[in-house]
Ligand binder design. Structure first.
Ligand SMILES: Nc1nc2c(c(=O)[nH]1)N[C@H]1C(S)=C(S)[C@@H](COP(=O)(O)O)O[C@H]1N2
Ligand SMILES: [Mo]
Length: 210
């Protein structure tokens, strides 16, 4: 609740997009750097940092693929102003990861880590949203390499850079720290409905000093 619906009213085909966004037909590929090669025998998903039990939690590809599979329908809003509406993402809910590898009570933020050291930070509450999903599938098909195979995060209520492609793990943090784009001029919180695009728009308390 509290989140505007992505579709206006039943029956109307009109979409409600966040301010300044326009509709994109098709699904463009947007990222920084090369597309990593998936090496199944070396891949693992790691939860580390301030876990409740103080231990790291790791899943290899086979183990991760065996976790409960759920679907979430969500729009993708790129800060460069295109939105792709109504995608069906399939994968493992962030909630499931939080249940299996609980954070310590001091955790306030998470850093989501991807191949090549790409990262994005968010508040624990954003990560814990019931719609945040580690997606393996889109539209019923396995993700393609360019779109993040074997795993990407989708945080429906934040700009799409908050969803790393080729994700490899989550760090539980007891204080906020900026991720890759958050250090490079993008807003620390990144709520598209409040048009929080750039770090110069941040208000006191929105993020750590730059
Ligand atoms: N690892 C990684 N993930 C990333 C990015 C990136 O540069 N590296 N870019 C983000 C941005 S800005 C967007 S808009 C979406 C785009 O996802 P798509 O290429 O599947 O449309 O991926 C996000 N995930
Ligand atoms: Mo983006």
């Amino acid at each position: 609740m509290g989140q505007p619906e992505s579709r206006e009213s039943p029956g109307s085909e009109q979409l409600e997009l966040p301010p300044g966004q326009r509709l994109q037909r098709g699904w463009p590929v947007t990222h920084y750097g090369p597309v990593p090669k998936f090496k199944p025998d070396r891949w693992e998903f790691r939860v580390f940092g301030a876990t409740a039990d103080g231990d790291k939690h790791c899943w290899n590809h086979e183990e991760f693929a065996a976790l409960p599979f759920e679907s979430v329908v969500a729009d993708l809003h790129c800060v460069t102003k295109f939105s792709m509406p109504g995608a069906e993402w399939g994968g493992v809910l962030a909630r499931t990861i939080l249940d299996l590898a609980p954070p310590s009570p001091q955790v306030t933020h998470v850093m989501v880590w991807a191949e090549y050291g790409f990262s994005s930070n968010m508040r624990l509450a954003d990560f814990a949203s019931e719609r945040t999903v580690f997606a393996t599938h889109q539209g019923g098909e396995l993700l393609t390499a360019e779109h993040g195979f074997p795993l990407r995060l989708v945080v429906p209520h934040l700009y799409a850079w908050k969803g790393p492609k080729w994700v490899r793990g989550v760090e539980y943090m007891t204080a906020d720290r900026r991720g890759f784009w958050e250090e490079r001029g993008y807003h620390n919180i990144g709520d598209p409905w409040r048009e929080q695009r750039y770090s110069y728009q941040e208000e006191p308390g929105d993020g750590p000093e730059l």
